[in-house]
Design a protein around this ligand. Sequence first.
Ligand code: ZN
Ligand code: FE
Length: 255
Amino acid sequence: MPLELVTVPCLSDNYAYILHDADSGATAVADVPDAMAVEAALKNLGWTLSHILVTHHHDDHIGGVDALRAATGAKVVGNAADASRLPRLDISVSPGDRLEFGTDTLEILDVSGHTIGHIAYFFGNAHVLLSGDSLMALGCGRLFEGTPAQMHASLTRMAALPDDTKICSGHEYTQANARFALSVHPDNAALKARAEKVNLLRKDGHPTVPTTLAEEKATNPFLRTDDPAIRRLLGMESATNTEVFAEIRARKDRF
Ligand code: ZN
Ligand code: FE
């Protein structure tokens, strides 16, 4: 049985993702913006939570962790290096670690940039990436702590995962991200088609996530720093990929 994946809208534009391995009963959530929303979803599904996976320290991702642990007894997993500003960790992990999850294996990736110490969780068999505020649908997280070079390296690491990887990012920002993406890559047919699809989904209030890595590689400008059309538009034909990334990120901040 493949892992089951459930998207739970929380707060105004956050998402929690619940993953369930029916064979073993292992059930994980990442992140916990709102404990009550996650508890209600678990109750509906009839699943018992075993793991709470934390991507980074921002309040809109960890605000419900302690309450959800108290309610479920699940083990809280997070980056050892960032423990001082995370809820108490039951399982401390570091980038490169692997953690058993039912019949699957969780790989821990360093995806610093939005914050330093931000990690992502990759399910090696199911090909699911819990990316928090690092790689997002048609975008990437704002650089609050890291440098452009750090975020670019993080995105490159994630872009090397299998194309069919489901990308589960922390927010519903896709419509605004699409408008920006079109401003730096107006002739991308796949992006135009995706922007229309996103508008239809949002019109009906549906989530635009998870997305797939293949879709992101085709349409997300932050993963296309070597695209000649984007470079031409930016006037950066001979710049490095990191320089192009930094310019796209700076334009997004001002957009
Ligand atoms: Zn954040
Ligand atoms: Fe966030």
